[in-house]
Ligand binder design. Structure first.
Ligand code: PLP
Length: 376
């Protein structure tokens, strides 16, 4: 029996995978599986409603916010938030808004690149890249926000999956701006104050499910958006219907064919999380697992080379390197012999990446820690 530490799609709780597999074959003795039923059927609506209410319960989503399931992955979210928040800003102010991005790593850089690509006037509040690498989150005093009256939203990625950088807490942004958070790789690993967010989004396939659906938590006032005619007049982009938060909210996430199987996997994962003690218990466990690995890295800095500033270390994706390629190869080979896999770093940064998502059990981390403490 082995353990898989890959960054995404990532391991899921074993019991969830078994249950989902059963339901894929046959759901509730109806003679059909979850890939075969209508997304508007009674069972599908129940699955969407159940998954929604678990998200609301676990994240303490206030009445002011709506939960949506939308295809398109995390990358779809980069574009979806732009279309919707620009259209909401246009409705509220009659103006074409700008967008502010906090760039702390590969994924927020991609989010900002998407805004530029779509012709949005984009301001980089700060860019954490130095000598080609992301290693830290710069001091708040260095951040340069645009005028809030002109800004449709401020965007950040809470956990940078490739670079191993995570915000220690929500960033401080100017009063009244719409804060957008990509939580693709750390959602449900810690509490978050949803009331401070305009949008929280993320692909499901790391901490909460499989590829094929993304989760959005959207403040309801943002569902009031300028019409296509008004947007055209202002020179603001008109988004595709499949990303239209208003339309999707009106249709309870089934405006077009959403993967009910993927939503059910979210439902099962969150059911499992609740049964294991909820978000508080998960947060404690996530922190303890991460601390165990970081302690090993810090104990032998001559062997395990870490580059991310301590204050910005990710609890979800722990990255480190060796002094040469031979040692790295030996490390990966020795790990594979113990059936510890998925440890190779992202191709753009190399080295090792230990993904410590919710489904990685304390036992898995103990096994890896034992190997790491002996490796030399
Ligand atoms: N955002 C973050 C933080 C990610 O880690 C990823 C993927 O790894 C994405 C966005 C992109 O997700 P997707 O591949 O679902 O488009």
């Amino acid at each position: 029996e082995g353990f898989y530490f890959g960054a995404g799609p990532a391991a899921l709780p074993t019991e969830v995978v078994k249950q989902a597999a059963k339901e894929f074959v046959e759901y509730e003795n109806q003679g059909v599986g979850l890939g075969e039923i209508s997304h508007r059927s009674k069972q599908a609506t129940q699955i969407i409603d159940d998954a929604k209410s678990k998200v609301i319960e676990i994240l303490k989503v206030p009445e002011t916010h709506e939960v949506l399931f939308i295809p398109g992955g995390g990358t779809g979210g980069f574009a979806a938030v732009i279309y919707n928040l620009m259209a909401a800003f246009a409705a509220k102010t009659g103006k074409k808004g700008k967008a502010d991005y906090l760039v702390t790593g590969t994924w927020s850089a991609k989010g900002a690149a998407e805004a530029k690509r779509l012709g949005v006037e984009t301001n980089i509040v700060f860019d954490g890249k130095k000598d080609g690498k992301y290693r830290h989150i710069s001091d708040q005093s260095e951040w340069k926000f645009s005028d809030p009256a002109e800004t449709a939203f401020v965007y950040f990625c809470d956990n940078e999956t490739v670079d191993g950088i995570e915000f220690p807490q929500l960033p401080q942004v100017p009063e009244g701006t719409n804060l957008v958070m990509d939580m693709s790789s750390n959602m449900f690993s810690r509490a978050v104050d949803v009331s401070k967010l305009a949008v929280l989004f993320g692909g499901a396939q790391k901490n909460v499910g499989i590829a094929g659906v993304s989760l959005y938590v959207v403040r309801k006032d943002l569902l009031k958006q300028a019409s296509p005619a008004e947007l055209t007049q202002l020179g603001v982009l008109i988004g595709p219907s499949v990303f239209d938060f208003t339309l999707i909210a009106k249709n309870n996430s089934a405006y077009n064919t959403v993967s009910i199987f993927a939503v059910q996997v979210i439902n099962l994962v969150l059911g499992d999380l609740l049964a294991k003690g909820g978000l508080d218990a998960q947060e404690k466990e996530s922190n303890a697992k991460a601390e165990k690995i970081y302690a090993l890295l810090d104990a032998r800095p001559e062997l395990y080379l870490t580059t991310v500033a301590k204050a910005a270390r990710s609890r979800m994706n722990i990255v480190f390197k060796f002094k040469d390629a031979d040692t790295e190869e030996r490390f990966l080979k020795g790990a594979a012999e113990l059936h510890l896999t998925g440890l190779k770093g992202h191709r753009s940064v190399g080295g090792i990446r230990v993904s410590n998502y919710n489904a990685i059990t304390p036992e898995a981390i103990d096994r890896l820690a034992e190997y790491m403490s002996k490796f030399n």
